[in-house]
Structures are given as C-alpha cells and as structure tokens.
Design a protein around this ligand. Structure first.
Ligand code: C5P
Length: 221
C-alpha cells in the first residue's frame, strides 16, 4: 500500500530534545508535529483527575479516563485536549511525569496512542516524536532518527528549560530522575535498525535541526 503522506520519526530517551527538535523540523518542512508522549501524558493526567493513588490504577480505568482525550490539529502541530480543553501545563507537571511510564507500560494504552497518532498522520505530512515511532508505529517511515545524549547533559537542558537558578545538587538529582525514567522506558526505547543515530551531546539545537532537514531532503530528492 502506498502511503499518501510523509512521515519523519524522531525517537530517543527522556529530555533528548526530541520534541523541540521535531517541532522545528516540522516548521522548516511545512509538516505538522505530533508529540506521542503528550498522549501518554494526557492519559496520565486524566487518570490522576479520577484517582490520585497510582497503585490503584488498572488498564481499564486508564482507558476509561482517557476517553475524552482528543488530538487536535493547530497551525504547526497537534496537541491533546481533555474534555475539549488544552492541558499543556497539567501534562508537563511533576505528578504526570512521575506516573507516565507506568501508564505507558499498559499494552492497550499503547494501542490507543498508536491509533490516534496514525490517524493524525493520515491527512498531513508529519514529524512524530516518541520512543517507538520508527520501530512500532511507522516501521516504513520515510526517515527515522534516534537522538541520544549523555544523561547529565539532558538533565542540564531540562533545568535550563525551567529557567530557574540551579545548583550542582539539583543537577545531580535531575540526572538521577532521568536515569530512572530511562530504566523504566528502556523496553520501548530502542533505535530501529534503519534509524540514523545522532548524539546531540555537543550539538546545538540548530545543528540537530539542520542535520535532520538535510537528511530528509536527501531522502526525498
Ligand atoms: O516524550 P516524553 O518524555 O514526554 O514522554 C513521556 C512518557 O511517555 C515517557 O517517559 C514514556 O514512558 C512514554 N512514551 C512512550 N512511548 C512513546 C512516547 C512516550 O512510552 N512513543
């Protein structure tokens, strides 16, 4: 079957710069960006509204809580709505970040996310980012990128993004949190055999974006 739209899949571990890079690549190419992690986060936020105690969560309860989540297209990206409202701030909060990997282990939740992402990609050219976009969701993507970076560097980027003053201790703590999330997500965070692996440790975001845009032009030209 010939797919009518183009897909660029960008995968990698937590805080590897996937989403911001994917967004900029999408803008440069006139594609739409889909952040698959935002759907795992939206399902987690919906579940947290229903039940704060994560030890009581079941797959059926998460799927039920996530029913009012939809993926809406804006000018340059898709974003999740819950009960028709944008939930960007809520899904980036510490409660969601702490619990999202648990939700992402649930096989039917993974199917729910994958269906929504594939649906969105049916009508537009997209840059999708996540963990398993190039392996499971779009095994025939036009271009697959896997971003890696040293975990301390990723922690430093996360703290810089927050824009608040930081200490060595905060950097140590954030590095531990990122290493823990890497361990929880390890099973689904594997590069596709045909992915281009880019180590972004010493790269600026502009370098990463240019490399990916130029790879995509080489592939399509
Ligand atoms: O990309 P982000 O860190 O926002 O993703 C949040 C969480 O969602 C990850 O820690 C991971 O558990 C899960 N995830 C996943 N597969 C994806 C995208 C995200 O398991 N494709």
């Amino acid at each position: 079957m010939i797919r009518p739209t183009s897909v660029i899949a960008i995968d990698g571990p937590a805080a590897s710069g996937k989403s911001s890079t994917a967004q900029l690549v999408a803008e440069k190419l006139g594609f739409l960006h889909i952040d698959s992690g935002s759907l795992y986060r939206a399902a987690t936020a919906a579940m947290l509204r229903a039940e704060k105690d994560a030890s009581k969560w079941t797959e059926a309860a998460v799927l039920n809580a996530a029913r009012p989540v939809e993926l809406r297209a804006a000018r340059t990206s898709f974003y999740p709505l819950l009960d028709g409202r944008a939930i960007e701030e809520e899904i980036r909060g510490p409660d969601v970040t702490r619990n999202v990997s648990r939700v992402a282990q649930m096989p039917r939740v993974r199917t729910w996310v994958n269906d929504k992402v594939r649906d969105a990609a049916r009508s537009s050219d997209v840059v999708v980012d996540g963990r398993d976009m190039g392996t499971v969701v779009f095994p025939d993507a036009d271009l697959k990128i896997f971003l890696v970076a040293d975990s301390r560097e990723r922690a430093a980027r996360r703290l810089r993004q927050r824009g608040t003053p930081t200490s060595e201790q905060m950097l140590d703590d954030e590095t531990i949190r990122i290493n823990e999330r890497d361990a929880r997500d390890a099973r689904q965070t594997v590069p596709a055999a045909d992915a281009v692996v880019i180590d972004t440790t010493g790269l600026t975001q502009q370098d990463q974006v240019e490399q990916i845009v130029s790879l995509s032009k080489t592939r399509s030209g």
